[in-house]
Design a binder for this molecule. Structure first.
Ligand code: ATP
Ligand code: MG
Length: 253
């Protein structure tokens, strides 16, 4: 079982969209996938069709109580092979509640031990911050996928992001690697998008996936129907890009 976290402390760069769609295409190809929504916003949870009001056991219970991780796993009925540990807003309080707990950075890692033979991949969708939840995710992961939005300020914050990864590597998880960089909301018609990709390649070299994700309104609409793009509109450009990204992801394994 490989654990991958989708991480960038910058908000709105395409973490959740990448997480939902990569997980869905991998599940569709027959891999058994668990996604953990560790973001109090719960966008992966609602984007996969779950009603946050009806969740009895969430990732909050897994992190903040003695509940076992198995209890919190829910099967996504719409897609074979896809499972989720959902998030609820309670998670926002976990940071403060657990401030004095010993070894609080490794809670998720320890809990994942129990299911290490149950899935092919676990994908963790991180919040846009560098707090305790993100540190738990990075500590529990084998690698990170970093979505970067093709915009003028794309590289702002990348230095801090890399510092964080190095810090976690040094103190909590020495085997943490960069899985790949996803360039999101790419617009091939603009010089800017192409320039941003070139800049990011200077920084991360061949870690940058060749597949770029275009700006595509269908990708933005799908979550409001609680559907991944493969079920909402599998012929649109966004769907084609995420399927291609999934193939490229698998080629690197
Ligand atoms: P946060 O940091 O708040 O968790 P995020 O990094 O998870 O954000 P997303 O939620 O995936 O980012 O995307 C931000 C917004 O942009 C959402 O409304 C999403 O639907 C939209 N979006 C994401 N990718 C695309 C795309 N390729 N084309 C068009 N819209 C997109
Ligand atoms: Mg998100």
């Amino acid at each position: 079982m490989k654990v991958i976290c989708v991480f960038n402390q910058k908000g709105g760069v395409g973490k959740t969209t990448t997480n939902i769609n990569l997980c869905s295409y991998l599940a569709n190809k027959g891999y058994k996938i668990l996604t953990i929504d560790i973001d109090p916003q719960g966008n992966t949870t609602s984007g996969l069709g779950l009603d946050k009001k009806n969740i009895s056991t969430s990732v909050y219970d897994v992190i903040a109580s003695d509940k076992s991780i198995e209890e919190a796993i829910i099967k996504i009925e719409l897609i074979e092979n896809l499972y989720i540990i959902p998030s609820t807003v309670e998670l926002a309080g976990a940071e403060v509640e657990l401030i004095s707990k010993e070894n609080r950075e490794i809670i998720l890692k320890d809990k994942l031990e129990k299911i290490k033979d149950d899935f092919d991949y676990v994908f963790i969708d991180c919040p846009p911050s560098l707090g305790f939840l993100t540190i738990n995710a990075l500590t529990a992961s084998d690698s990170v996928i970093i979505p970067i939005q093709c915009e003028f300020y794309a590289l702002e914050g990348v230095g801090q992001l890399v510092n964080t990864l190095q810090l976690v590597k040094k103190s909590l998880n020495d085997s943490l690697e960069i899985e790949g960089i996803v360039m999101s909301m790419f617009d091939s018609r603009t010089k800017l998008s192409n320039e941003v990709v070139d800049e990011v390649k200077k920084y991360f070299n061949d870690k940058v996936y060749k597949t770029t994700i275009p700006r595509n309104v269908r990708l933005a609409e799908a979550p409001s129907f609680g559907l991944p793009i493969i079920l909402y509109d599998d012929k649109c450009r966004g769907a084609e890009a995420y399927e291609k990204l999934t193939v490229e992801f698998l080629e690197r394994q």
